[in-house]
Design a protein around this ligand. Sequence first.
Ligand SMILES: NC(=O)c1ccc[n+]([C@@H]2O[C@H](COP(=O)([O-])OP(=O)(O)OC[C@H]3O[C@@H](n4cnc5c(N)ncnc54)[C@H](OP(=O)(O)O)[C@@H]3O)[C@@H](O)[C@H]2O)c1
Length: 329
Amino acid sequence: MNTSFKAFRIHAIDGVITRKIEPIQLDLLSPGNVLIKVAFSSINYKDALVSKGLNNIVRAWPRVSGIDFTGTVVESSDARFGPGDEVLVNGCGIGVDHDGGHAEFARVNADWVMKLPDGLDLLETATIGVAGYTAGLALDLMELNGLSPQNGPVLVTGATGGVATIAIDMLAQRGYQVTAMSGKSNEVEYLKNLGASEVIERLSSGSTFKPLEKAQWAGAIDSVGGSTLSWLTRVMQVNGVIAAFGNAGGAELETTVLPFILRGVRLIGVNAGSPMDIRQKIWSKIANEYRPIHLKEIANVIKLEELGHHMDLTLAGESKGRIVIDMGK
Ligand SMILES: NC(=O)c1ccc[n+]([C@@H]2O[C@H](COP(=O)([O-])OP(=O)(O)OC[C@H]3O[C@@H](n4cnc5c(N)ncnc54)[C@H](OP(=O)(O)O)[C@@H]3O)[C@@H](O)[C@H]2O)c1
């Protein structure tokens, strides 16, 4: 295939980061043994950082961003995949060390490719993406650590974000009582429609510091980190479980050992960069017992031309739900 196609590509020239949609040919993409026509990709927080060259995430430029996508195999020299297979690729370095999903075509290593989970289509799977995978992995790890609906309410922070909206949907479907914490007071109805029974305001930065406070939550899914995660350690019930994966509000963690030794609080780190056997297990749960039912309300489907604007909204904390890019036929 030697026709040109559109890609959202980020360049670093003399230390200056620029990004644009440009026509490229296959030989400009990172090498790989599976060529995929991208159907849908999305914006994750990491993509927004990459698009501005922030946090030294990308070491070699130019780079096509996009840490997840779904699509159809065009050609493969690996026997596990053949033309016409509908597949997904999440993480594995795409959009960071290897060109990603924000282009009409992607070329990747077969070891990173998964067939679409039974019962989910290309748009649904892309709407879930790395964000929904992270929510599913967090829920699985929390349940392995004793969380169940009868233990009490679960708090989801950064509630209008990509991971959080899908987490709220999954938790509610599974019978949990969900409280959403958000900085967007105008999105209370949206969050309730996804399954939150209550919406509370984001913490103000000047909250007081006591080693332990009133025990409120059986579980917490935290996108925010920083002072929010510090506070969470102090307000969990006995044996409460926190899944920590995000730093949208900060990377520091100030706490004491008291929540852990007096209340048995379990602080679990969640990293979506799982090996393939874990990915298969979690995606199967997402397609079945964790299945979100509000994906249409969570997805805002945009065109590639709108990607830069939505990356900026994501960086400013102003986006809502999942931004999904329709790469066209
Ligand atoms: N560990 C992993 O493997 C992994 C995987 C996926 C994502 N992540 C991380 O998880 C976090 C969430 O990802 P995402 O894709 O859901 O991001 P997102 O869609 O941008 O959502 C983040 C949400 O956090 C809240 N927020 C933003 N800035 C904030 C601030 N300064 N203080 C407090 N809250 C703030 C906002 O929600 P409200 O306005 O509703 O409060 C925002 O919608 C990011 O830090 C991302 O890098 C990690």
